[in-house]
Each structure stands twice: as C-alpha cells, then as structure tokens.
Design a protein around this ligand. Structure first.
Ligand SMILES: Cc1cc2nc3c(=O)[nH]c(=O)nc-3n(C[C@H](O)[C@H](O)[C@H](O)COP(=O)(O)OP(=O)(O)OC[C@H]3O[C@@H](n4cnc5c(N)ncnc54)[C@H](O)[C@@H]3O)c2cc1C
Length: 432
C-alpha cells in the first residue's frame, strides 16, 4: 500500500469505474487527485481472478461497446473477444434455436425467422421495437410515457412466446430481475446500446477495464486496501489515516455512498449468482448466450470461451450460468447440461459466486443524471446517479469531474458547461 498524502487537491473514494472515470479526467486536467479504494483491485464490481488457469470474472458480465462512454477506453488494448448479437433458446422438444440480429449477421437471418417466438406478425413487432430503440432520437425515447419494461414490451405487441422465451430471460440476465419491473425508459436506452454495439470480453478479464483507467491516473495515486470511514468537503478519514482535500468525490457503491453521505439514498440492490463449469470442449458452433427456460433457475448460460478463448488455459470450455435467487451448484447442474445439450457428468464445477449488490434497481420513475455536486466541496458519482450499468457509472464519473473542475477552477475550459437537463443531455450521449 502506498502512503497517503497529508493533503491533496481532490480525493476520490472508491476506484470503481465511476471513481476512475472521474479521477482520469481530473488527472488529465492537471489536478492533484488521489483515489482511496477499500478493495485490493481497481475496477470495483468489475473483478477477475484466475482459478486453475481460467480467467474468472466475479459474476458474468460483458462490455457493451454501444455504450457512449466506452469511447473513453482503449478497446484495442483490451483485445476483446465477441459474442454474436443474439441468443440461443431451447424449446420443450430439446431443440436449440438461434435468434440473432439479422442486420449484423445476415447469414443467421433464416434461422431467426424460423425461431419459435410467435407468428410473422409478432416477429415484425420485435423488429419494430428494436428499430425504434435503435433509431428514434434519445429525447423522443425519453418523452415516451414511462411504464415498466414488461408493460412497454406488451404495448409494443411483444408478448407470448417472444416475451417468455426471449425477452424475459434475456433481459433478466441484464436487469437482474425476472418481473421486468424496471423502467421502460431504461429498457429503451439499453436496447439502443445493444442495437448499436457488440458484447465483448477483454482477453484478461473484465477487471482490466478498470485497471486500464487506473494506469492513466498515475502510479502512487491509486491507494488500494484503504477503507474510508468518514468524509467532509475538506477531509477524508480512513483506516490508513486522514487526508485534507479541496474537494471530495464519493464514488463508492450505493449502500456505502448512502452511509457516508447524508441525503443520498440507495435504491434496492439486485443480486446474481453465477456458477462456473468447465467442459472438455464447447458444444456450440457460434459464440451465443443460451437463454434459460421459464420453469428453470438459470436465466442465461454462456460458453464464455467461445467469445474469448483466452479465458481458458488449454482449450477447454468455460461455462458461466447465472441465477437471480442464490442457488447451489447442485440446483443448476442438470439444467445447465440440458441448456447446452451435454451430459451433466461432463460439467466440472470450477466455482460459484453470489454478488449481493450487483446493480441498483432502476424502477420507474427513472431518475437519470441525479445531482453530483452536493455543495461544500462534496461530490458523488456511481451507477446509482445515472443508470445501473458500466455506462451509468462512467457517465456519472465524467459529470462529477466536470463539477469538481467548475468548482475548483471556474475559469478553466476543462470544467465545461454546467450539466444540461436530463433529456437534452442524454441526447448528446445516447446514454444508457
Ligand atoms: C455480476 C455483475 C454483472 C453485471 N453485468 C453488467 C453488464 O453486463 N453490463 C453493465 O453495463 N453493467 C453490469 N453490471 C453493473 C456494473 O458492473 C456496475 O454498474 C458498475 O461497475 C458500477 O461501478 P461504480 O463505480 O458505480 O461502483 P463500484 O464498481 O461498486 O465501485 C465502488 C468502489 O468503491 C469501493 N468502496 C466502497 N466502500 C468504500 C470505502 N468505505 N472506502 C473506500 N472505497 C470504498 C468499492 O470497493 C468499489 O471498488 C454488473 C455487475 C455485476 C456485479
């Protein structure tokens, strides 16, 4: 652990993507900024470990390159491996069907057209829903009447088999809830980013996204293993000592932010359990996420090494299967085997992880772009200030950095203009 300075111009509490996004901008603007992080790595909820040579992310998650703030990353250096834009669903007769975005994989269009998710009219409704999210300007999307994600899909005539076999399990794996009670506005923004980007996994795991940003903040300024116990606008107390600062940015997870900052409320946390198995080889010809069945525990299961072969040390396949409620490996083994069409005995259990605070809920009314400047030199950012996503975390960090610069260096152009109101501002970023 590097020793803390007695004073710094800015202290950022928490080195998740929000804190790192704020700190990289402040460092680039010439600020003397220090990051205090309780955990042992930079990247927060993007965490990776090596188990028996396999690259294992702490819960299955992907980097969606349709997120506007991904522009801040050096994607080339991450050496992303890609999932195809779509999913596989299994029907009662055990057959596997592909549902793939035909714009980007025209070769898979015929299979998609034949997938058992309703009549041609119902399939046209799926296409119309996707096209609206992809091409309607963000301010118009955000002006649409807000409801739940489920109600919005039904309103778009996406119901029946399309909802139960495709949208519900697909979205449950992203929103971490099966009821689809999430805001329809967030669904629109999310689907927009899906339609515009790809799903990638970095060669050395999701944690490298955060580590890439941490390297830009500079050596000696990211203090790992330092837990902050109290903050004020001019002082931060931690288990490694106190630091005086002109500005303090709290970029901790929602629950800790609410503890450290009176007046900041944490929305309900969503949790996920991910089971990791090893197979001798992948049973699939293409890198696609396999959707869980309505009666099962598993919402999705993916051979992650199909997308990113570097997650495996030796060519064996690594399978990540997620459930919303906490499950034991024995609860899901047969189901995972059926989804992939393999024998349960072929699945070698590697590890399982439950992440209790994986994401904050985004129920209606969606509150985009919540204030980041709390006054008196105190600032806040994190996915709970924007949307519960990598995009939301990074966008809120960027906003917090601009607010800090406006407060510390009012005449500097680096501060930029004050944040415009929510709808207008997101139109420039297409934020999700
Ligand atoms: C399993 C899983 C799957 C996900 N899937 C996706 C996905 O596919 N797409 C997507 O966009 N998003 C996904 N997310 C959500 C996304 O990872 C988060 O929204 C985002 O990483 C949050 O970043 P953050 O910086 O706001 O918070 P965090 O990453 O939580 O960072 C906060 C940091 O503050 C530190 N901290 C807390 N308390 C203190 C303290 N007292 N002192 C010092 N430091 C402290 C923490 O250790 C942490 O490093 C997923 C999350 C998980 C866990």
């Amino acid at each position: 652990m590097t020793s803390l300075p007695e004073r710094a111009e800015v202290v950022v509490v928490g080195a998740g993507l929000a804190g790192l996004s704020a700190a990289t901008r402040l460092a680039a603007a010439g600020c003397d900024v220090h990051l205090l992080e309780a955990g042992g790595h930079a990247g927060g909820r993007l965490a990776t470990e090596r188990i028996d040579g396999f690259v294992v992310d702490r819960g299955f998650q992907v980097l969606n390159t349709g997120y506007p703030r991904v522009a801040d990353l050096d994607l080339g250096a991450l050496q992303l491996g890609w999932f195809w834009p779509g999913a596989v669903l299994r029907t009662d007769d055990g057959r596997a069907h592909r549902l793939v975005d035909p714009r980007r994989r025209p070769g898979a269009a015929l299979g998609t057209l034949r997938a058992p998710v309703g009549s041609l009219v119902e399939k046209a409704a799926i296409g119309a829903f996707a096209a609206r999210a992809a091409y309607v300007p963000v301010p118009r999307l955000l002006r649409a009447r807000e409801t739940t994600a489920e109600q919005a899909l039904l309103r778009a005539r996406v119901g029946g088999a399309a909802l139960e076999r495709f949208f519900r399990p697909f979205l449950a794996g992203v929103l971490l809830e099966r009821e689809l009670a999430t805001s329809s506005r967030y669904l629109d923004l999310l689907w927009r980013s899906f339609a515009r980007g790809g799903f990638g996994l970095p060669a050395c795991g999701m944690q490298t996204v955060g580590e890439q940003l941490a390297a830009r903040v500079g050596g000696g300024r990211v203090h790992l293993g330092v837990r902050v116990s109290a903050v004020a606008g001019d002082r931060v107390d931690s288990d490694a000592g106190s630091v005086r600062a002109d500005a303090v940015v709290v970029a901790a997870d929602p629950a800790t932010a609410a503890q450290l900052l009176p007046g900041v409320a944490a929305s309900a946390p969503r949790q996920v359990t991910t089971h990791l198995h090893v197979l001798p080889r992948s049973p699939w010809p293409a890198p696609l996420i396999v959707l869980g069945r309505p009666e099962g525990h598993v919402v999705n299961s993916a051979v992650v090494t199909d997308a990113q072969p570097r997650y495996s040390p030796d060519g064996r396949a690594l399978v990540a299967s997620s459930t919303m409620a906490p499950t034991r490996e024995a609860d899901v083994r047969d189901e995972v085997a059926r989804l992939h069409g393999v024998a349960a005995a072929d699945l070698e259990h590697l590890t399982s992880v439950t992440v209790p605070g994986a994401q904050p809920a985004a129920l209606p009314p969606l509150r985009l772009r919540q204030p980041v400047d709390l006054g008196g030199g105190l600032f806040v950012c994190g996915d709970h200030r924007d949307t519960p996503s990598i995009q939301g975390a990074m966008a809120s960090g960027a906003r917090a950095a601009r607010a800090v610069l406006r407060s510390l260096r009012p005449r500097s152009p680096a501060g930029g203009p004050a944040d415009p109101p929510a709808a207008g501002a997101t139109s420039s970023t297409g934020a999700a």
